[in-house]
Design a protein around this ligand. Sequence first.
Ligand code: ADP
Ligand code: 5GP
Length: 207
Amino acid sequence: MKKKGVLAVVSGFSGAGKGTLMKALLQAHPDQYALSISATTRLPRAGEEHGREYFFVSREEFEGMIREGALIEHACYVGNYYGTPRDYVSEQMESGKDVILEIEIQGALKVKERFPDALLLFVTPPSAAELENRLRGRGTESDEVVCSRLKRAVEESEYMENYDYILINDNLDTCVREMHELIQAQHLRTGGSREWINRIRQELRCL
Ligand code: ADP
Ligand code: 5GP
């Protein structure tokens, strides 16, 4: 019997290093993980491509996806819609891959409601000053957007206790290793092993 993949949700303040971590994790374990590509109404940043970082869609298209039930969850973040397409996630999990959703907090909590076995990881930099440095240093947002995202981080910090683990992204390699170990350990949790438990029970009864 093929084991289903783990569903792991990664959230964290904007600028914490989630995208950088995802890239490194997927490079280190290309056959193990599938990163879900979200739909969003925000405009692409320089270097971002439709279908690689996001599916960039109009507000009307996004609202159509909501109506058709094509999204597992969706949320509004600093003025734009973001959502997780349903089909890709279920296909990849069925094929045994561990699927990572890099999404914000409202979406993460909805995923936990719908998929109680999902693993919730929260990424933070070692300090607030380092967060501001990283967000400004990335140079992809205007001053106004940086300020909105830092304000949003204050609100998000209230929800950190809802996550299973907090990962401090100080040294990138250490953080990637910890993330990998936590996701792999999730395979061994009893919740995710219900099918196996039922099978061995059945087999024992038939001895
Ligand atoms: P997020 O996806 O969480 O918004 P990014 O991955 O875009 O964040 O990272 C924000 C900035 O911080 C980028 O310029 C990235 O190179 C840098 N960064 C990420 N991780 C680290 C780290 N461990 N140490 C120093 N800088 C980092
Ligand atoms: P960014 O604009 O920096 O790419 O993303 C902004 C925020 O939206 C980040 O916190 C990111 O994790 C989150 N996000 C990206 N995709 C999704 C999604 O599909 N659903 C939800 N709820 N949040 C998402």
